[in-house]
Design a binder for this molecule. Structure first.
Ligand code: LLP
Length: 450
């Protein structure tokens, strides 16, 4: 904990984008080094409030299970627990982290395409709230474990809704060209297994259309799909299905200012815009939700995405061709922001110490890794250039910030090229700085090598 005489006050620079004043940024960079994730606790609470308020419009019961794949840092998990959220995990590792953070097994849902028998056994013996079953073969394992240990196991079936939505192709998970879920055609076989089983009970149905969704109507279509199947299953199994789980997917605004007309490159693709929020989702669902159902949601990105920025320093500036823009090489590459490579994700980049200066000069921006893919282009289908817009005269040593880097970042860092993952600090509600992820030492590079 860094005790400051004057509490830090984040400043909101555009709609949802926020930053700290230059002296505070310089202090953080000095004290903790770069690259450094800077989180804002107040924003996390605001996001929870936005979600709960929006879903209040449903006028029916709902439960929120935070999808901790988005960010499973213990401090973040604990804050969300305090804010009243339950938890969605995707592996026994995330289950352990959730328990360590203080979540009770009864608050935890287990999703995933590849849960091993060992993982299922652990989840069942812990007595978690629900396992979302992804395949017939997984169901058979659950049946064996439940019978062997005489443990009641509530399950939900993860169904393929055949809906195409999601920021990018890799984030679409709701149709049958993806690896996720059970096709409704397998339900008769599943019913045979579940009928009158003494330990495995169908308590819900689950679906997840995708991440960074573009249209709230996708939720309504998914719910309608589940409602249709619910009737069939209730009849076949003579049971009552109590919850319907619509997964995650609410989008985050990654684009900020509009790129000026005469910029060397158009702005990022519309997939990076936040086209709707929890309110719009609730409004399209409202008329379709039956009163005897509890709706479950598994928000990840929307809760944590805009709670952090990544502070990074320009290590080198160089010119390769006098006819093109100069290159800025940062101390953060895809070892810290893996999405930049895997999805060509767009994180808005600004000159952190002078955010109000006109960002009107094109630069090629890259990370330090020995890999031509370690670059930060503007993902736009019609754009042949990789320019970023920053102020004039960005020089070595200047601090830059990638905004909205709270989701799917800390969790995906690697040690590639012998570079240590970034540390993270949190500005708490009193304006004090707390280190929430230590900077690792060189030991980490060989700790597991024999
Ligand atoms: N529930 C399930 C079953 C999911 O698969 C996901 C995300 C969520 C909930 C949370 O979705 P969200 O609210 O965050 O959109 N690594 C990728 C993101 C993959 C998301 C996978 N599933 C990335 O770097 O963007």
């Amino acid at each position: 904990m860094l005790t400051l005489k004057k509490p830090l006050k984040p400043i909101v620079i555009y709609k949802n984008a926020w930053l700290l004043e230059a002296p505070a940024l310089q202090l953080l960079a000095e004290e903790f080094g770069t690259p450094l994730f800077v989180f804002w606790e107040e924003r996390l609470w605001q996001n929870v409030a936005e979600l709960k308020e929006g879903l209040g419009l449903l006028e029916s019961n709902f439960r929120l299970f935070y999808a901790c794949k988005a960010n499973a840092n213990l401090s973040i998990l604990r804050t969300l627990l305090e804010a009243g959220l339950d938890l969605e995990v995707n592996s026994v590792g995330e289950l352990w982290k959730g328990l360590k953070a203080g979540y009770k097994p009864q608050q935890i849902i287990f999703n995933g395409v590849g849960k091993s028998e060992r993982e299922l056994k652990e989840a069942i013996l812990q007595g978690i709230h629900c396992i979302n079953v992804d395949s017939l073969s997984e169901l058979m394992d659950i049946v064996h474990i439940a019978s062997r240990y005489r443990k009641d196991v509530p399950i939900a079936l993860r169904l393929v809704p055949e809906i195409k939505d999601g920021g990018l192709e890799g984030l679409e998970t709701g149709h049958s060209q993806t690896k996720f879920g059970l096709p409704p055609s397998q339900l008769p076989e599943i019913c045979k297994v579940l009928k009158d089983h003494p330990y495995v009970h169908l308590s819900g149905l689950h679906t997840h259309v995708g991440s960074q969704l573009s249209n709230p109507v996708s939720y309504r279509l998914a719910l309608e799909r589940l409602l249709g199947l619910r009737k069939e299953l209730e009849k076949a199994l003579k049971t009552e299905i109590k919850h319907l789980n619509l997964g995650g997917g609410l989008p985050v605004e990654y684009r900020h200012e509009a790129y000026p007309q005469k910029a060397p490159c158009p702005g990022p693709d519309k997939s990076f815009a936040q086209s709707f929020g929890p309110k719009e989702m609730a409004l399209v669902l409202k008329d379709v939700v039956p009163q005897d159902i509890v709706l479950y949601f598994e928000p990840g990105r929307r809760l944590v995405g805009n709670t952090a920025f990544l502070l990074t320093r320009v290590v080198r500036k160089k010119t390769i061709s006098a006819r093109t823009a100069p290159w800025l090489i940062l101390d953060a590459g895809f070892n810290v922001l893996l999405e930049a490579l895997s999805y060509r994700w767009y994180f808005h980049l600004i000159a952190a110490e002078r955010p109000q200066a006109p960002h009107n000069t094109g630069y090629f921006v890259a990370g330090p890794l020995c890999d031509g893919g370690d670059i930060f282009p503007i993902p736009h289908t019609n754009c042949p250039f990789y320019h970023r817009l920053l102020p004039e005269n960005v020089e070595e040593g200047e601090l830059l910030a990638f905004l909205d880097t709270g989701a799917y970042t800390l969790e995906q860092m690697t040690y590639y090229n012998g570079r240590l993952p970034a540390a993270a600090v949190l500005i708490d509600r009193k304006g004090q700085i707390r280190l929430i992820r230590k900077r690792e030492t060189s030991q980490a590079l060989w700790a597991n090598d024999l």
